[in-house]
Design a protein around this ligand. Structure first.
Ligand SMILES: [Zn+2]
Length: 102
């Protein structure tokens, strides 16, 4: 079995899709209420989140280069109020991805 680059949270081989569930703080979800830089050690936190983001981008790129589609789900998209929308979006992505490889 061919290995999948990076460490996606969910791998759907049939859809050649890797799903990442990202914590909004650790992965620096821009414009998200769950991502605000702490008031103390601000530089440290910004640098840390930027490193995480850089690693995310490398992982997504490695997956793309290996022919995988990447779907990112943010922590805030798993809240009850928006979960149905999120799942619809993911379903839509999956059906689109399936066609690409059919
Ligand atoms: Zn978020």
């Amino acid at each position: 079995m061919k290995s999948v680059p990076g460490k996606p949270d969910i791998v759907l081989r049939k859809y050649r899709t890797a799903i990442f569930v990202n914590g909004c703080f650790w992965h620096g979800h821009e414009g998200c209420s769950l991502y605000s830089v702490p008031k103390s050690n601000t530089d440290f936190w910004i640098a840390k989140v930027q490193r995480n983001q850089a690693r995310d981008q490398q992982e997504y790129k490695a997956l793309h280069d290996a022919g995988w589609q990447v779907v990112v789900i943010w922590e805030c998209q798993l809240k009850k109020a928006v979960l149905d929308d999120t799942m619809r979006q993911v379903e839509h992505s999956l059906s689109t991805n399936l066609l690409k490889f059919a």
